[in-house]
Design a protein around this ligand. Sequence first.
Ligand SMILES: NC(=O)c1ccc[n+]([C@@H]2O[C@H](COP(=O)([O-])OP(=O)(O)OC[C@H]3O[C@@H](n4cnc5c(N)ncnc54)[C@H](OP(=O)(O)O)[C@@H]3O)[C@@H](O)[C@H]2O)c1
Length: 274
Amino acid sequence: MILVTGATGNVGREVLRALVRAGAPARALLRTEGEDVAGVEQVTGDLNEPASLEAALTGVRAVFLLPGYRDMPGLAAEMTRAGVEHVVLLSSLAAMATDTDNAVSEYMIRSETAVRESGLAWTFLRPSAFMSNTLRWTAQLRAGDIVRDAFGDVPTASIDPYDIAAVAVRALLAPGHEGRIHLLSGPHPLLPADRVRVLGQVLGRDLRFEGLSDEDARAQMSATMPAAYVEAFFGFYRDGTIDEATVRPGVHEITGRPPRTFAQWAAGQADAFR
Ligand SMILES: NC(=O)c1ccc[n+]([C@@H]2O[C@H](COP(=O)([O-])OP(=O)(O)OC[C@H]3O[C@@H](n4cnc5c(N)ncnc54)[C@H](OP(=O)(O)O)[C@@H]3O)[C@@H](O)[C@H]2O)c1
């Protein structure tokens, strides 16, 4: 049995679908009962409360784990106690950032360290930014044809969550991934304006991107995230402490096919922007 955390999220949902396609036994961890995800068995638990996972972990061989919860060593200890053999941790390229005081890097590194020191077999996935982050433009695109966002001059080889899931499922089901760190990205570095152009083609609309000044970007971001995370993203994209523009070979090497393009991701999500 494989337990998938973040089951209702962009990546976890794709991991469950891929496990079902592979015919592997899978269980979805949900915070609250309800939503059907990929038709698999559901169990409730809170990743911030390791003791709440006792039922979820019963009979589990491997876990797909999200990072950044309150007590990552406690979570790993709970998994060890339950007899889990292998953890595939969704981390980030931020774990390699040069500034380890950065709040996002800190929680990725803290999560990797807890799993590494637990004695469990592990695989770390370090993806670039997700294509699904573009969903934050839905309100602007429903309201009009202009997208305004931060860091308009920063190219990112963002990745489709589908591809992160494809790699995760290889790591969960096939031998040889223990103790390995997979660096993952999409196939092309794109500027936000490039992504808006592709979305326009997919939606059949004449869309335009306008970059926010750093001052306006800081104000917009501060409305939706804690100050430490705003500083973290300015550290990544203004101080250049992360490299998300480089195309990484991981998806191709592990799945045997190239990573999906932004146009493929956008075509699958078109309804969300209408
Ligand atoms: N976005 C990026 O560019 C990026 C890049 C690299 C790494 N990451 C990492 O990838 C992670 C997953 O991304 P995503 O886009 O798939 O996330 P997402 O769509 O926001 O989904 C988060 C999932 O985690 C669940 N969750 C949240 N708190 C929980 C808790 N205390 N106990 C149990 N489940 C909990 C949510 O469940 P509910 O349905 O109950 O809310 C949801 O299923 C991020 O959290 C981030 O750390 C992100």
